[in-house]
Design a protein around this ligand. Structure first.
Ligand SMILES: *Cc1c(COP(=O)(O)O)cnc(C)c1O
Ligand SMILES: [Zn+2]
Length: 384
């Protein structure tokens, strides 16, 4: 069973039943064409009093799932390690630092949480094909989870995605369509594909299950820490991990299971900073020329920019830019001080944390959680 009640449009507030809509709010998305942040992204609303009672009897992140966990593929996702990296914490003078290591998911990235829920939906609906645009990780993740469930994954990815990610897509048996342009071109191509094929679309934020799936990491942090942390540090591309973490703590608050939201620190590559500049100026503008070494967060038009900025407002968060040099330096420090080899997009979070400490946004007494979102072996050229 599930405690899901209805979808609600985050722009106009209109509500929909589970199968009444699949992607964006039809009213707000009228006239939408790729190239702007998505309008009408949906959020899930639950039966919060019943959820609260069930959680108090037996806390379990899956109680907050849109779908009955009986539909989930059998490949375990999530439930990743949460621990205190002693040496790194000492060097940062941040004793209450925690790491949530989501690079230990089946395909090596946080994306598996979103793929799991979309594949569960395909199982529920008896749909055999799922399409997705990706810089690499969403695709390797979808290919992996689809393989476990006997579904066909159709991938649109930039031809210059890191080789290891392309290898993952192929070894799991997905159909790979190389797109000559950027990730943003792949996003549009995947939308075109699903408009004319009987399939599900897993494009991030476009399918609200991607946000709901990524939410489980926030619920796990709440359980593993036994409290709401002061800060959670999140690398941001499209802004769906950020929204998922935000939604987890909003749901806990709505259910009366917690009494505050953690502050969110959004970290972006300097050349891919559309969310950060939107947050700072209040005016949305595309990133001019995203070409960071951090491929997983290189996005011109973040699909979930509106929700990302709202999450920062509601949590009294901050957004910050980091350079490729800062990212590479942080990647090495994470590897040498915490024993964690993270891909550049993921190491960006540590670079952002370091800057936030320097600027005194984060104080030595704060409890901060660093999200590790992708495994370093996915992109060894960055290290070379
Ligand atoms: C996708 C991804 C991100 C960013 O997530 P968004 O939801 O696009 O903001 C960060 N790190 C890694 C490793 C990723 O794969
Ligand atoms: Zn709407």
């Amino acid at each position: 069973m599930s405690y899901f009640n209805n979808w609600r449009c985050t722009d106009c507030g209109k509500e929909f039943a589970l199968d009444e809509v699949r992607y964006l709010c039809p009213d707000c998305a009228q006239g939408y064409a790729p190239g702007v942040p998505l309008p009408g992204v949906l959020e899930a609303v639950f039966d919060y009093p019943a959820l609260r009672e069930a959680w108090q009897a037996q806390p379990d992140p899956r109680l907050f799932s849109v779908l009955d966990p009986g539909f989930y593929p059998t490949l375990p996702v999530g439930d990743t390690p949460f621990f205190r990296p002693q040496r790194l914490a000492a060097n940062l003078n941040l004793p209450e630092l925690y790491i949530k290591n989501d690079s230990l998911n089946p395909s090596g990235s946080f994306k598996d949480r979103a793929s799991e829920l979309v594949v569960a939906d395909a199982i529920r609906l008896g749909i055999n094909e799922i399409v997705c645009a990706s810089t690499g990780n969403a695709a390797s993740s979808l290919a992996c989870l689809c393989a476990a469930a006997g579904k066909k994954a159709v991938i649109f990815a930039p031809a210059k995605a890191p080789a290891a990610k392309l290898a993952q897509i192929r070894i799991h048996g997905a159909d790979l369509h190389s797109v000559a342009g950027t990730y943003d071109a792949a996003f549009a191509a995947a939308l075109e594909y699903s408009a004319s094929h009987a399939c599900l679309n897993r494009n991030t934020a476009y399918n609200p299950l991607t946000i709901e799936g990524k939410k489980s990491a926030g619920l796990e942090i709440f359980l593993q820490l036994g409290a709401v942390p002061d800060w959670i540090v999140v690398p941001v591309g499209d802004g769906v991990i950020l929204a998922g973490i935000h939604k987890a703590f909003v749901d806990l608050l709505r259910a009366g299971l917690s009494d505050k939201l953690p502050r969110l620190l959004a970290v972006q590559a300097a050349s891919s900073d559309a969310v950060t500049s939107y947050w700072e100026s209040g005016v949305y503008r595309d990133a001019a020329n995203p070409m960071s070494i951090a491929d997983s967060i290189s996005v011109k038009t973040p699909s979930n920019a509106r929700w990302a900025v709202r999450a920062l407002k509601e949590t009294r968060g901050q957004a910050i830019r980091v350079s490729d040099n800062q990212i590479l330096k942080a990647q090495q420090e994470l590897a040498r001080q915490a024993g964690i080899f993270a891909e550049p997009s993921s190491a960006a979070a540590l670079a952002g944390l370091q800057s936030a400490i320097e600027q005194s946004w984060i104080a030595p007494g704060d409890r901060a959680v660093l999200l590790i979102t992708g495994h370093g072996l996915k992109d060894i050229n960055a290290v070379r």
